[in-house]
Design a protein around this ligand. Structure first.
Ligand code: SAM
Ligand code: SF4
Length: 328
């Protein structure tokens, strides 16, 4: 699959639910109305679309949400998707808040998952509970440990938030360094309406990087995953640190990804509205060939890039969908 800018699309982020057991305040509103179940793709529909994308050239598939592990049949989905590893698919991964990781770690490993991204914004139990509105930090830490013990490589994702966790980033670097986890820092993005919180907490990672450089030796790393992070190597801890900076450094030029929501809408860009509904044709009995033709046609509409603008943060959401809807 190639778009009109010559980018090969080899990465699919598959959101399997819009539901979540947390309500992180930068991601969701406190009161969320989730989708009725009949609007959400079934296990069969998700695994069929997953296979179709792999046949079209997707080599990396990341399962996300909402919180993917709250979906009851998620174990079966991983099992099915995992069967494509080595047959078109290079890697099957997961982004999770970690709350249910203890329960699923071994099933994930057995399905062929080898790397998981766990979102963790603070190591302070009280702050964690405040930020997630529902979360128990110890449950997440136990989940991470269970996953690491089983052999899953862990990357921690942290959204950097001014006046919330900015002062904890050094501690997170040390904590990850001691455990052999990579760490990616993320700037908050203007997705979904959450009032004025996001503007108040926006923190530029350029500043964070400068501060970290005063303490550690950071050298640009050639390491590149299929994600948007730019990595630096920290000499003292031996670990990598990634910076995901949608505003400061536009990562669109090398974008290789598309996103499929749990309702079967294909989004060609996180920050734009171009989309294609696959659920209707799927439920109307479209053949694999017909679905593939639709997807290939949609690739022609992948935009060159998003146009998030840090100066417009105060205006509220620049894209009306929440990250949990499109799949983070
Ligand atoms: N529930 C899972 C989790 O928290 O890892 C997967 C879905 S979540 C939407 C995926 C990632 O998106 C998380 O790392 C989260 O911190 C991040 N995220 C959510 N809303 C965001 C926003 N507005 N800006 C930047 N990152 C955001
Ligand atoms: Fe849920 Fe993940 Fe959004 Fe937090 S970031 S509310 S865990 S979907």
């Amino acid at each position: 699959m190639q778009d009109t800018f010559g980018r090969n699309i080899t990465y699919l982020r598959l959101s399997v639910t819009d539901r979540c057991n947390y309500r992180c305040n930068y991601c969701m509103a406190e009161e969320m109305t989730f989708l009725p179940r009949q609007q959400v793709l079934t296990l069969e529909e998700l695994s069929r679309l997953g296979r179709i994308f792999i046949e079209l050239g997707v080599r990396q598939l990341r399962v996300t949400g909402g919180e993917p592990l709250v979906r009851r049949d998620v174990g079966a989905l991983f099992h099915r998707l995992g069967q494509h590893i080595g047959h078109g698919l290079d890697e099957l991964t997961l982004t999770t808040n970690g709350a249910l990781l203890s329960r699923y770690a071994s099933a994930l490993y057995e399905a062929g998952v080898r790397r998981v991204n766990v979102s963790l914004d603070t190591l302070d139990a009280q702050r964690f509970h405040q930020l997630t509105r529902l979360g128990d930090l110890n449950q997440v830490l136990d989940g991470i440990q269970a996953a690491a013990q089983i052999g899953l490589k862990i990357k921690i994702n942290t959204v950097a938030l001014k006046d919330v966790n900015a002062h904890e980033i050094e501690q997170l670097v040390i904590w990850c360094g001691e455990r052999g986890y990579d760490l990616s820092l993320i700037e908050s993005m203007p997705l979904g309406e959450i009032g004025d919180l996001r503007d108040a907490h926006f923190l530029s990672l350029d500043k964070v990087r400068e501060r970290l450089k005063q303490r550690w030796t950071l050298t640009p790393s050639t390491y590149q995953t299929s994600g948007p992070a730019r990595y630096q190597q920290i000499a003292e801890t031996g670990q990598r640190i990634g910076f995901i900076t949608p505003y400061s450094h536009n990562f669109c030029a090398t974008c290789n990804r598309v996103r499929l929501t749990c309702t079967g809408t294909l989004f060609l860009c996180l920050g734009q509205e171009n989309d294609l509904d696959l659920r209707q044709p799927l439920r109307d009995g479209a053949t694999d060939a017909e679905l593939k033709a639709l997807i290939l046609q949609a690739m022609r509409h992948k935009p060159e890039g998003h146009d998030f603008d840090a100066d417009r943060l105060a205006d509220g959401a620049q894209v009306v969908r929440f990250m949990s809807m499109t799949g983070g």
